[in-house]
Design a protein around this ligand. Sequence first.
Ligand code: DQA
Length: 143
Amino acid sequence: YRPMKLLIMNGPNLNLLGQREPSIYGTGTMETYMAELQKLYPAVELEYFQSNVEGLMIDRLQATLRDGTNGVVLNAGAYTHTSIALGDCIRSLACPVVEVHISNVYQREEYRHRSMISAACKGIIAGFGLHSYRLGIEALLKD
Ligand code: DQA
């Protein structure tokens, strides 16, 4: 029996969660939230990866082809709206990827309404604060 392995990935500027625009993204840090998530899902192996560098995100996503990862919860930050490379990368993976956003991007600027990764993802969750990640995990567990 191998435990389910999920990768929670954050893109650029999300290392500043808790201090970055708290009126939009809240005051909680990802480190604290990851500990909460791991307690909620003791039987699931959760790995957290954050990078401000697009290529490092792609390298880590490609590694899921070899490391037994069963699914990815991905908040690609602003790369969501710009990165054809991330979209291509997701399309080349074997495991499902759920796109998540802390904020409801559709209530915000027009340039946040377009996503270069949505079509490559299994589904999209946006607007539920940090709980967007938990909903992403739920979606993958029901897969
Ligand atoms: C975000 C929304 C993006 O538009 C923004 O660039 C982010 C965070 C969110 O989680 O709400 O960095 O992905």
